[in-house]
Design a binder for this molecule. Structure first.
Ligand SMILES: N[C@@H](CCC(=O)N[C@@H](CS)C(=O)NCC(=O)O)C(=O)O
Ligand SMILES: [Fe+2]
Length: 353
């Protein structure tokens, strides 16, 4: 199984993209709304079929990207039925098996941080995705959303600490830059519940954490009870002006065919050298020559009133150019995918030399 951790720095949340390498079927554990473009790009670039998005619980600190993934890929949304959330396709209860290709995840109920928390264990028991039940050297707070430190103590001890010592722990968050742990390590070193800690020790610790409520709580909980569907049900991810696709590298790209059809509605900036501009690959009719080396200094010469398409030989230098223009305040900018090489391969028209 291929496991890709993805991090949302603003909420310190880990999402995990899991794929069966043979069939390329995948699941995404805990997608984050704001990271949708990045995560969707990775799914496309790795040519995965996203079968499910899986929630470990109803999050209080960020909005899920599940609904956006469902819109983009037709994935089914898995979540505990205990929250009565909308848009849930697969109710996740203790014992549910989630299969994708030849891989499977077993759902274990691990309530305590919230009453509907679940963890996901791989079929070989080599990995566990603990959500906020068990964190690295920590545990999810129990002071809201029907939290219970007593319940969490039992969940961790009975459902998680019974896994093999070597089982790798993939947490829902980390606030100190840590990535993975193991069950054996947490059983020994977890300061709240490790070693010979007893229930009263854990409960006393959790009762006195004194954490402020998550900043996003008032927005996140109601949005997550809709599976992350925006109010009004409208996807905010694609700009209205054209089919811009964000790559996993974080660069906005637009297909050449669309640019050819909408040539009159966009401004084209060619960032190659003057010699390349006039060489045999040619250039788009009416494009503005603005070599990449001069772009930062001359960004003010680029119009702001129309979408701007940046072009180079193969789409590499122009990808950087798109970033430079966006930082210089050009509101609508995208990179011509594949540059002039692809443009010519597709037989699209060029201007006079
Ligand atoms: N400061 C964070 C809140 C962090 C927080 O409360 N996280 C929850 C998980 S949703 C937790 O259980 N934290 C445990 C801890 O920090 O020990 C925010 O505003 O989003
Ligand atoms: Fe949480």
């Amino acid at each position: 199984m291929n496991v890709r951790p993805l991090f949302d720095p603003s909420s310190s949340t880990y999402s995990y993209l899991l794929a069966d390498e043979q069939t390329r079927q995948a699941v995404l554990i805990v997608p984050v709304f704001e990271q949708h473009a990045r995560d969707a790009a990775l799914i496309r670039e790795l040519e995965l079929t996203l079968r499910y998005t899986l929630e470990t619980h109803c999050h209080a600190d960020h909005v899920t990207g599940a609904w956006l993934m469902k819109e983009a890929f037709g994935s089914q949304l898995g979540m505990s039925p205990s929250y009565h959330a909308r848009n849930v396709d697969v109710p996740l209860v203790h014992g549910t098996q989630v299969t994708f290709g030849s891989e499977a995840l077993e759902v274990r109920a691990t309530p305590g941080h919230t009453d509907g928390c679940v963890s996901f264990v791989t079929a070989d028991r080599a990995r566990v995705f603990t959500g906020d039940a068990l964190l690295i050297r920590g545990a999810g707070r129990t002071d809201f959303q029907q939290g219970s430190a007593h319940l969490l103590f039992r969940s961790i001890r009975e459902q998680l600490f019974t896994l093999p010592d070597s089982c790798v722990v993939y947490p829902g968050h980390d606030y100190q830059g840590r990535t993975l742990s193991t069950i054996g390590e947490e059983r020994r070193y977890n300061p709240r519940i490790g070693g010979d800690a007893r229930e009263e020790d854990f409960v006393g610790y959790m009762r006195n954490l004194g954490l402020p409520h998550p900043k996003q709580m008032a927005i996140a909980v109601p949005a997550n009870l809709r599976g992350g569907e925006p109010e009004g049900g409208k996807s905010p991810t694609t700009p209205a002006w054209g089919p811009v696709v964000m790559t996993y590298a974080g660069q906005p790209e637009i297909p050449p065919e669309w640019v050819a059809q909408h040539r009159a509605d966009v401004h084209v900036v060619d960032v190659r050298s003057a010699a390349e501009f006039h060489a045999e690959l040619g250039h788009l009719d009416g494009s503005q020559l603005l070599p990449l080396d001069e772009l930062r200094a001359r960004a003010g010469e680029v119009p702001r009133d129309r979408p701007v398409i940046v072009v180079c030989q193969t789409g590499r230098r122009s990808a950087l150019a798109a970033q430079i223009l966006a930082s210089a305040g050009v509101p609508q900018v995208a990179n011509l995918a594949g540059g002039m090489v692809t443009w010519r391969l597709l037989g699209l028209p060029t201007g006079p030399a």
